[in-house]
Structure formats: structure tokens, C-alpha cells
Design a protein around this ligand. Structure first.
Ligand code: HSE
Length: 306
């Protein structure tokens, strides 16, 4: 028995909703091929596309560690044997939910091989543990959209309360990954623990406005709500040319521009593909002129999970 599962990259935070909002894109993403074998235990037999950066040790690799957790929870760890082949189609440390896509693909594959004993919602806590292993913090704003597709809201963490939000049909994300490494762990340490009430009011107004805009299909409201006064000013310093990229994107008529997850990828949101495509092309040209290599991805936000 063998299953092959693709889980999508994700844009966490959705610019204004740090740790609580995220959406999936249709590419890139990671793929897990998993097969059942006679000998009990979880083994990683190959990892492709990671340039040798990820551990093959099943206790250290987040995919296998999460699958083990799932098998232990189901009390079948000593009976079931699985072999995992992981293919990464996206860069590590890019701000596109790379570890989340792998973890989600692995847990979804294991659950499928076992005949789906758990629902997607029941798989979520294992996905969150994967994030904790990967970066030291169990945020759910990458794994939730990677598993459910579309746009998800994490209303609360204790207990985990995940809500799927409507996705306006024409919402498109243009992503540019400037090829510098920004580990999520480091990007989180940088953020201030305390915020000003004034800024918090602005931010929760924006989050509420964005959610209302999604329900109303109101692109103008979405546009003026997708702004981040809390996190972006601090993290922007880790991203080369951030404010110039923002000016370029906004001059192309995108609805909003900001950091994807913990960066260094940036995201331009537009109504229809044209403005996002133009923005990422111009941003890439600008980065190239400054000696910075980059990758671009343009995708609908209306994407299904695995
Ligand atoms: N919400 C998380 C952060 C996402 O911004 O640190 C990390 O991908």
C-alpha cells in the first residue's frame, strides 16, 4: 500500500493577522510518498530537493516525528511500519510554510494509509506539534491552511479553534522569495513582546475589516484592511529592499503588500492576476539589478488542501 500526498505552500499572517490568519497557494508545495511495510517503525528513506539540509533521523525529522506521534496516539506504533519519501518543491526558511507543507503532507498520508481514523480537524494538533519541533513555537497559521486549503482563521489556541473563511474568487497572491535565509525561529525572536494599545486597536480593526471584506467580497475593504503596524516594521529590516518592493507593488495597483509569514518572502495581493504578475515581475527585475537572486510564484488564493 502506498499513498502520495501534495500539501501546498501557505502565506501565514495574511499581512495583518499575526499567528491567526493564513491562506494556501496552489504552488509550490511539498510531496510525501508513504508506504506501509512489514517491519514496525517509521523510517525516512529519501529526501529530495532539500540540498541535504533536513535530518533523516526519524526522531529529528518533523515529518517522521509527527507520524510517530500520530501512531502512538492511535496506540499502533509497535504494529505499523511506514517508509517515507519526502520531496520538497520549495525553499526552506523562505516564509512559505515549507516545514508545514511537509508535516501536513506526512500526517495526511499516514492517516490515509490507516483508513482515515482521524478527521482533518483532529489531525490539526499533530500538525501544530510539527511546527513546534520545526521552529520552537506551535503556531497554526501555516498548517491550518495547508491542511484545509483556502483562508483559515485561528480564533484561539487554547483550545485550538480553527475557522475556515470565504475566499473571494478573484483574489490572487504574487509572491517573491529573495534568496536570503530567514529562519522563523530568528524572525520570531526579533518581535517585541509588548505592543502599544494604539497599535493594537489599529491592528484588530484591520483584522476585523479583512474578515468582513472576505465575507462581503469587498476588495476595497480587503485592501485597506491588509496593513500591519505591529510586526512589519520590525521584520522588514531582515528583508532586502523591502520598502522599495512595497512601493513597486503598490504602484502596480495591487490591493496590498507585505511579508509572507516570517519572511523573507513578500506577497502582493491583487484582484485578478494582472497586477500581482506585474508587481512580482518588476520586483524581481529590481532585485536582480541589486544583485539579489529571487524566485516568483503567482497563484490563486482559492486553493483546496490535500
Ligand atoms: N505566524 C508565524 C510568524 C508564521 O509570523 O512567525 C511563520 O511562518
Amino acid at each position: 500500500q502506498e499513498v502520495r500526498v501534495f500539501a501546498p505552500a501557505t502565506v501565514a499572517n495574511m499581512i495583518c493577522g499575526f499567528d491567526i490568519l493564513g491562506f494556501a497557494v496552489d504552488y509550490p508545495g511539498d510531496e510525501v510518498c508513504m508506504r506501509k511495510v512489514e517491519v514496525p517503525g517509521v523510517r525516512i528513506i529519501a529526501i529530495h530537493g532539500d540540498e541535504g539540509r533536513l535530518p533523516l533521523d526519524p526522531d529529528k525529522n518533523t515529518v517522521s516525528a509527527c507520524v510517530k506521534m500520530l501512531l502512538e496516539h492511535l496506540q499502533i506504533a509497535d504494529q505499523i511500519g511506514v517508509e517515507i519519501e519526502l520531496t520538497k518543491h520549495m525553499p526552506i526558511g523562505s516564509g512559505l510554510g515549507s516545514s508545514s507543507a511537509s508535516t501536513v503532507a506526512g500526517l495526511f498520508a499516514a492517516n490515509a494509509l490507516l483508513g482515515n481514523p482521524l478527521s482533518k480537524a483532529e489531525l490539526m494538533p499533530f500538525c501544530v506539534e510539527g511546527e513546534r519541533l520545526a521552529c520552537g513555537h506551535g503556531h497554526a497559521d501555516n498548517v491550518a491552511p495547508a491542511l484545509m486549503g483556502g483562508i483559515t482563521l485561528i480564533r484561539g489556541y487554547e483550545p485550538l479553534d480553527m475557522i475556515e473563511l470565504p475566499v473571494p474568487d478573484d483574489l490572487v497572491a504574487g509572491i517573491v522569495f529573495p534568496q536570503v535565509d530567514v529562519p522563523t525561529r530568528d524572525a520570531r525572536q526579533l518581535i517585541k513582546e509588548k505592543v502599544l494599545l494604539r497599535d493594537a486597536v489599529t491592528q484588530w480593526g484591520n483584522i476585523a475589516g479583512l474578515v468582513a471584506g472576505l465575507y462581503r467580497n469587498d476588495y476595497e475593504l480587503i485592501s485597506r484592511s491588509m496593513q500591519d503596524v505591529l510586526i512589519e516594521p520590525t521584520r522588514a529590516i531582515l528583508i532586502p529592499e523591502f520598502y522599495t518592493m512595497k512601493d513597486i507593488a503598490l504602484s502596480c495597483g495591487v490591493l496590498a503588500f507585505g511579508i509572507s509569514g516570517s519572511g523573507p518572502s513578500v506577497v502582493a495581493i491583487s484582484k485578478g492576476k494582472k497586477a500581482a504578475q506585474e508587481a512580482v515581475d518588476k520586483i524581481q527585475a529590481h532585485l536582480t539589478a541589486h544583485g539579489i537572486e529571487s524566485l516568483q510564484f503567482v497563484s490563486s488564493v482559492n486553493v483546496a488542501g490535500p
